[in-house]
Design a protein around this ligand. Structure first.
Ligand code: NAI
Ligand code: MG
Length: 366
């Protein structure tokens, strides 16, 4: 029976890069027996323009019913000056909240052909393939108490609190251990247990869960500041990194620069397992709506295409199709084809459609 896919292209380059994925979906349906029931909806500025809200409640419901959501990007300068709850970006924030997408997965993979795009030396990043798992709905961004208060002497005080509970830590650690089993079987848990109580609990809970259920996976622990340094010094020492919201935010942005290109990076966010083993999940490129190049056939569609490959792997259990897409992307890059964002000086870049078409053609050839 057909799996339900909700496609939310959004704003800017979102619809342009989504179009290239939908061509691949169409071919997979014909040639490889992938049967998807696809619903497409407006979100972000595109939804504001038609419906007056960044995302409709009906779309939230569709996202909950779907087996997976493929998201483009939201954000449009035309709506930059409206109240916060009317901004296009609220669409993605609401989706993350309502589906309780607590684990953000960001791979940092260096394709051989793009090894020179890295901010680090080629020898340090060649073959890099790591995954950062970041907790996204808890921690210091949401903990109570929080706020800005004025003390009697007029001094102001800004307060945020890092709070993590056992179940919050366990569920994200579980995602990391399961991922490690299909990667290189190693997890590095990152916190600052030397100065933070929530970090101390994090380390204990991960250690206990590991002993109880995942002793086949190799577990190590690292302080967050050291992890930042190690990611730059020798990133290949890592396989799966699991960490809280704040450290994950920073470390995953750092790791994205190890690969050198925003237009190449996919991501997944996973929620809790529902009845019948199903789990809410949303897949999206790391990049935003890139208003500076929108509508010009300049955007690199590979991050969106690779996000769809992650969706096939983690939500639809279609490892072979996921691997086929990734292999095709790798081969196309090896052949020298580049969009402008990843083009070497002196080479003529191709547009969004030509890149999408080349990946699809290579999938057919493989
Ligand atoms: P951005 O990622 O949209 O763009 C940053 C730079 O990278 C721009 O120069 C852009 O042209 C380039 N770029 C991004 N993706 C590219 C691609 N696929 N191919 C080629 N070049 C690419 O980030 P920016 O400019 O900070 O934000 C623009 C809008 O996107 C804002 O409204 C922001 O709020 C929104 N945004 C939305 C996200 C989401 O939907 N999850 C994530 C990040 C930003
Ligand atoms: Mg960030």
């Amino acid at each position: 029976d057909a799996k339900k896919l909700l496609a939310l292209p959004g704003d800017g380059i979102g619809p342009e890069v989504m179009r290239e994925v939908l061509k691949i979906v169409h071919w997979l349906g014909q040639a490889r027996d992938l049967h998807l029931e696809i619903t497409e909806e407006l979100v972000g500025g595109a939804s504001l323009a038609v419906h007056g809200v960044p995302i409709r409640d009906e779309v939230i419901s569709l996202a909950k019913e779907a087996d997976a959501v493929l998201f483009g990007s939201v954000g449009d300068p035309a709506w930059a000056h409206v109240d916060f709850d009317k901004r296009p970006e609220v669409a993605i924030l609401r989706l993350r909240q309502e589906l309780e997408l607590f684990a953000n997965l960001r791979p940092a993979k260096v394709f051989d052909a793009l090894v020179d795009a890295s901010t680090l030396k080629p020898d340090v990043v060649r073959g890099l393939d790591i995954m950062i798992v970041r907790e996204t709905v808890g921690g210091v961004y949401f903990g109570q108490p929080r706020g800005i208060e004025t003390l009697p002497d007029g001094t102001k005080r800004g307060v945020n609190t890092e709070v993590y509970t056992t179940p919050e830590i366990e569920r994200v650690a579980r995602v990391a251990f399961e991922l490690a089993r299909v990667q290189d079987n190693r997890v590095c848990s990152v916190e600052k247990c030397n100065v933070m109580e929530s970090g101390l609990l994090w380390k204990q809970v991960v250690t206990d869960l590991h002993a109880r259920e995942y002793s086949d996976v190799q577990l190590s622990h690292m302080l967050a500041d050291n992890c930042a340094m190690q990611l730059v010094r020798n990133p290949r020492q890592f396989d799966v990194i699991v960490t809280g919201n704040l450290f994950g935010d920073i470390l995953s942005d750092l790791a994205s620069m190890l690969t050198g290109s925003l237009g190449m990076l996919p991501s997944a966010t996973l929620g809790t397992v529902q009845a019948a083993g199903k789990r809410h999940a949303l897949y999206e490129p790391i990049h935003g709506s890139a208003p500076d190049i929108a509508g010009k056939n300049l955007a690199n569609p590979l991050a969106q295409i690779l996000s769809f490959a992650m969706l096939l792997r983690y939500s639809f259990n279609r490892e072979e199709d996921a691997a086929l897409i990734e292999k095709a992307v790798s081969n196309v890059l090896d052949s020298g084809l580049r969009t402008a964002d990843i083009a070497a000086p002196g080479f003529t870049p191709v547009g969004t459609e030509a890149m999408g078409a080349a990946v699809l053609q290579e999938m057919k050839n493989l």
